[in-house]
Write a protein that binds this ligand. Structure first.
Ligand code: PLP
Length: 817
């Protein structure tokens, strides 16, 4: 056993694993979750995983039982009714709730349960909806019902006083601080006239899904019985209080004990507890509270009798029968019995101890991590006032460089996925906890919203501050090995150790300086244009030529076409790897693009000029910009649909400058700024940089198909221009260059994504973690992984306009920064 595990077991051995269960944790992982393979799954707060034997027993049950609609009158419907009743008892049992006191209303999820309370709560204009800042959007959304009925909504912060690190669970230790009140109706209007009972609602999560903070459940009693104390500041307040616990996250490992904490409403989702089924949740409701809810809708399932042509309805009487509209999802409900069975062999308390031991271990390790200058690496959220042991198995944090500047959470996410670690980043649908923990103001939040969000953008930091966090969360089947792999990943990728070698120190710079160039700076270096490649259809194979014309928007016909799905989505190799089987070639003399696919008998020929006369107007959205494009005839679309094995259409960007607008009106309708190239017009790759990368890959532990070291051809990066000469990465420093008589400006490094990890070998598309993993170790700058540079062609500064051709073999003259 390794030393780390030994140390872990010394500290947490009595809590970790399931010693009294039929299988211990290692056996559970080895037999029940084989599909995890090498993946380190740390998103149990998003959804936990179902086990193999759980699903096997579900299918065995379904295949051996005749389940009918519970509303029918037959034996098989009685079986369904019995099973649903058993499921209700299991749910109540899980929360230690007595059926005399509580009922289970099945819903489509925790969100639907919360919505049901919002919709039916007896709001009046004197009611108050009070909720903790830490709440899921699905709870915040309830305020729309409250505000619409004239009620007041107010967010609060809960503060508890600690004594020697222990919490005294006495009411006097709880303080509540109110944020400004929200109200839709004018103050004072219609406030006095209501004389009936007034009901208020207080909502909080048992465990915050942002930080893992567990709320003191004594809040339930405190609110219901001592509310006058905490609300002295609100003289207008009257009526009685009901309490809602959003247990969607908390119930997976620590379900509230409803015999002790008598909340009125508890919302849950079952996939958060045992992974399957999705689309099923419940509202556990105190019977007394259920009587106060006001329901408008009636339906099959909730009606005893109704008359079609007059206003008459008699509703069914029981709580479930009153609220559960339509036919229950009875097969899903039957399957939760198998989930509960798995958990009961482990016991809930052992699941809680097990997951808490992992989270405590990881929190301790993260808070102890330091850079070589002794500065902390990690800022943990939600842990400032409570001991780690009182936090749930959900950890959120952000990472800092040695100088105190932040690593963006997208960078962490991107690198984690290269290490096959599944975690979550952002605000996790919990804007209050996010703002509170990150110290974001209302205006920060709005700026963030306006800044929008696109793939690979840098909005994970705004004015140097994080706009979200990284979250890892544990489930009952998580292991020490998961925790350890995660911690080593953080240590290797984000901690600057004294022995860290020079080439990677740039990872720790806040400002975008380029990676260290090895042996750069010789002035007598000569560079040559080695090859020119054109990729007419975005994400399909291109072709190489010795000479090719330039236009003001780039290489003629480069990325001028793309494939889009019927829903308008732009198809790329990342989503549709089969696009790499499509090859293209353009014969400029003939004016034809030839397209080939092993899946299509005939070669497709597309006349470059003819489509001007058969345009079908179409549109595509590239990032946030809308482009008008031309579509083709059906035969063309059928050809491409066969080639990639899914329906798609070919569209072409209009480039008036290429064909001139001589034909007048036709082009005038279209606004086309550029081709479909991603960020710039040309991608330039240096042969020397590629061979430097290959040297590094040769010494990396990752192996290819036949066990040989992976080697990368320059073409893998889909460059337009390949240059030779000079030192590796010299291109990072180029500001501008001249090839022949044409000028180009460098627009900086090209940010690489998983697409370069796709290769085409032995007739199949292969995925690996290389070369991106290796590039990530030494080419990371400000959350990006750079390789190659993007160029813009300076059309106007090129002197001899009559010669617009670029030729392989030409010398390249560069000027540096
Ligand atoms: C997941 C979650 C929800 C929403 O649950 P759904 O299953 O999407 O309805 C609400 N609150 C918390 C705390 C959650 O973790």
């Amino acid at each position: 056993m390794d030393a780390d595990k030994q140390r872990f077991l010394e500290e947490f051995g009595e809590f970790y694993g399931y010693k009294d269960a039929p299988k211990n944790i290692d056996e559970i992982r080895a037999t029940e979750f084989k599909r995890l393979n090498e993946v380190v799954y740390l998103d149990h707060a998003g959804a936990t995983l179902y086990s193999e034997s759980q699903l096997e027993s579900v299918f065995k049950d379904f295949n051996s039982t005749l389940y009918g609609n519970p509303h029918s009158q037959s034996n098989c419907s009685l079986k369904t009714t019995d099973t649903v009743g058993e499921a209700r008892r299991e749910v109540l049992n899980y929360f230690n709730a007595s059926p005399r006191e509580y009922s289970v209303i099945f819903t489509s999820g925790a969100t639907a349960a919360l919505k049901l309370v919002g919709e039916t709560f007896p709001w009046s204009c004197q009611s108050k909806f009070m909720y903790t800042m830490e709440n899921h959007n699905s709870v915040l959304g309830m305020r729309e019902y409250a505000l619409a009925k004239g009620a007041t909504a107010v967010a609060v912060d809960i503060q508890e006083t600690a004594d020697h690190g222990e919490f005294i669970n006495s009411k006097s230790e709880i303080d509540i601080f109110q944020h400004p009140e929200q109200r839709r109706v004018e103050k004072g209007s219609s406030r006095e006239d209501s004389s009936g009972e007034v009901y208020n609602l207080f909502a909080f999560p048992s465990e915050c899904n942002f930080s893992g903070l567990r709320f003191n459940l004594d809040l339930v009693k405190f609110i219901k019985e001592d509310s006058h104390k905490l609300l002295e500041a609100s003289p207008t307040l009257r009526g009685s209080w009901m309490v809602l616990i959003d247990a969607a996250k908390g119930c997976a490992t620590d379900p509230p004990d409803l015999s002790k904490y008598k909340a009125d409403f508890v919302a849950i989702s079952f996939y958060k507890i045992f992974g399957y089924p999705t689309g099923l949740g419940a509202l556990i409701v105190r019977n007394e509270a259920a009587k106060l809810l006001k329901k408008t809708y009636f339906s099959g399932g909730t009606v005893a009798a109704s008359i079609a042509d007059i206003d008459f309805v008699k509703r069914r009487e029981g709580i479930e029968e009153f609220f559960e509209d339509g036919t229950l999802s009875y097969l899903s409900i039957a399957s939760i019995l198998h989930g509960f069975r798995i958990l009961s062999t482990l016991t809930t308390s052992a699941v809680n101890r097990h997951t808490t031991s992992l989270a405590t271990y990881v929190r301790k390790a993260l808070s102890a991590m330091r850079h070589e200058n002794r500065n902390h690496v990690c800022a943990l959220y939600g842990t400032d006032k409570v001991p780690f042991e009182r936090m749930g198995p959900t950890i959120s944090f952000n990472l800092k460089r040695p100088d105190g500047s932040w690593f963006g959470y997208r960078e962490v996410e991107k690198l984690a996925s290269l290490s096959r670690i599944q975690l979550r980043t952002g605000c996790f649908c919990n804007p209050g906890a996010c703002a509170k923990n990150l110290g974001l103001s209302h205006s920060d939040l709005l700026t963030n919203l306006e800044a929008g969000h696109v793939c690979w953008d840098d909005h994970d930091l705004l004015n140097g501050k994080p706009t979200g966090a990284v979250r890892v969360s544990f489930g009952y089947m998580s292991t020490f090995e998961d925790a350890k792999k995660f911690l080593s990943f953080i240590d290797h990728s984000f901690v600057l150790h004294p022995q860290t070698q020079a080439p990677s120190t740039n990872l720790f710079e806040a400002r975008p300086i380029f990676p260290v160039v090895e042996g750069n700076g010789r002035v007598d270096e000569r560079y040559f244009l080695k090859s020119i490649s054109i990729y007419p259809i975005k994400s399909c194979m291109g072709f190489s030529v010795d000479s090719w014309p330039l236009t003001s928007t780039g290489l003629l016909h480069d990325r001028e076409w793309l494939l889009k799905s019927p829903s308008g989505e732009i198809l790329t190799q990342k989503k549709v790897p089969d696009m790499c089987y499509i090859t293209t070639f353009i014969d400029l003399n003939m004016g034809i693009m030839f397209v080939n696919s092993p899946r299509c008998k005939d070669k497709l020929q597309i006349e470059l000029r003819s489509d001007l006369f058969l345009p079908r107007k179409d549109e595509v959205d590239i990032r946030t910009q809308r482009f008008e494009v031309l579509g083709y005839h059906n035969e063309v679309d059928i050809w491409f649909s066969n080639a990639i094995g899914r329906p798609c259409t070919l569209v072409r960007s209009l480039r008036p400058q290429t064909y001139g607008c001589a034909s007048g009106k036709l082009c005038g309708d279209y606004v086309t700024k550029m081709n479909f190239a991603n960020e710039g017009q040309f991608l330039l790759i240096s042969e020397e940089s590629v061979s430097n990368l290959n040297n590094r890959l040769r010494s990396s532990p990752q192996k290819g198909l036949q066990g040989q070291r992976i080697q990368i051809d320059a073409k893998r990066f889909r460059p337009n221009l390949i240059v030779s000469g000079g030192e590796p990465y010299a291109e990072d420093q180029w500001r501008s260059l001249r090839i022949g008589n044409k000028d180009f400006t460098s627009m900086g490094g090209c940010n690489r994504c998983q697409m370069i990890n796709l290769s085409f070998q032995a007739g199949k598309v292969q995925r690996s973690s290389e070369p991106l993993s290796t590039l990530a170790t030494y080419r990371r700058v400000k959350g990006k992984i750079l390789f190659g540079i993007l160029l813009r062609y300076e059309d106007s500064s090129t002197r001899n306009k009559s010669d617009t051709w670029l030729h392989a073999g030409e010398e390249i003259f560069v000027s540096r920064d």
